[in-house]
Ligand binder design. Structure first.
Ligand code: FES
Length: 69
């Protein structure tokens, strides 16, 4: 069974461990999860729609099944 996971955040979570700041992926696109690798930059021009990103980082706009609009 496959599962679609919707990520709406377009920037990382920052946590502090002692004096160190660690950035955790919030967009779901990092290739180095749980850490942010900067890939979220490609989400910055998203337009309040639902997109699918393939393994090569290509973006496709999808019909939004999650909205009542
Ligand atoms: S928040 Fe996902 S790569 Fe930065």
């Amino acid at each position: 069974m496959s599962r679609l996971v919707l990520h709406e955040r377009n920037h990382p979570y920052m946590i502090k461990v002692g004096d160190e700041e660690i950035f955790l992926c919030g967009c779901g696109l990092s290739q180095d999860k749980p850490y942010c690798d900067g890939t979220h930059e490609k989400t910055q021009n998203e337009k309040n729609k639902v997109y699918f990103y393939d393994d090569k980082g290509n973006r496709v706009e999808m019909i939004n099944f999650y909205s009542n609009q």
